[in-house]
Design a protein around this ligand. Structure first.
Ligand SMILES: CC(C)(COP(=O)(O)OP(=O)(O)OC[C@H]1O[C@@H](n2cnc3c(N)ncnc32)[C@H](O)[C@@H]1OP(=O)(O)O)[C@@H](O)C(=O)NCCC(=O)NCCS
Length: 164
């Protein structure tokens, strides 16, 4: 099985909508159920400045997405990237997240010269936390009642990876 990483294109919106239609994808992220194709079409067609959005493909099919938000117009945050990622429910646990994170870390380290990568993760999201620790992210703090998820508030870790 070959996983290919490429830049997200506007035409990927339906595949991205399908990824966020998965219950596990909603559970692990800040997305709300019932994703709209039109909202994703607009979001992918008009990305905010500084956003590097990547997708993971298996035989041309988009099965994962990662966003690396940078801050080119904030002089004191130019060294920072914020990451969010998701793998389609039926492809989780098969190396797609690792491939996406490896591509993002390479981009950050070798091309964008980012020295601090940040992300938020729910404290009970063990697969995600293990993936991030594998790439050198450390827990820096806990945000209490950070989000409302499936009827309850959930705490969130702030994690970061510093490139020395
Ligand atoms: C978190 C997520 C992005 C990881 O992507 P993935 O493709 O499933 O991850 P991988 O298959 O590359 O596995 C990465 C590591 O996670 C851990 N892992 C994967 N599946 C796991 C599971 N079911 N239970 C525990 N750990 C698991 C393993 O340590 C694995 O590394 P290893 O195989 O080298 O030991 C994906 O599961 C996902 O999209 N989840 C729902 C949305 C979400 O939680 N996004 C993250 C928001 S912070």
């Amino acid at each position: 099985m070959t996983i290919t990483i490429r830049r997200t294109e506007p035409g990927d919106y339906e595949a991205v909508r399908q990824i966020f239609n998965g219950p596990k994808a909603v559970w692990g992220t800040l997305q709300v159920p019932f994703p709209s194709a039109e909202q994703w079409r607009k979001r992918l067609a008009e990305p905010p400045e500084g956003l590097f959005s990547l997708v993971a493909c298996i035989e041309q099919e988009v099965v994962g997405q990662l966003s690396l938000q940078t801050f080119p117009h904030r002089p004191r945050r130019r060294h920072v990237g914020q990451i969010g990622m998701v793998v389609r429910d039926d492809w989780q646990g098969q190396g797609v997240g690792t491939a996406l994170m490896q591509a993002a870390v390479d981009l950050a380290d070798k091309w964008l010269n980012l020295t601090r990568l940040e992300l938020d993760v729910y404290v009970d999201n063990d697969p995600a936390i293990r993936l991030y620790e594998k790439f050198g992210f450390n827990i820096e703090g806990t945000m209490v009642d950070f989000a409302f998820r499936d009827g309850q508030y959930v705490d969130t870790y702030l994690m970061a990876r510093l490139r020395k």
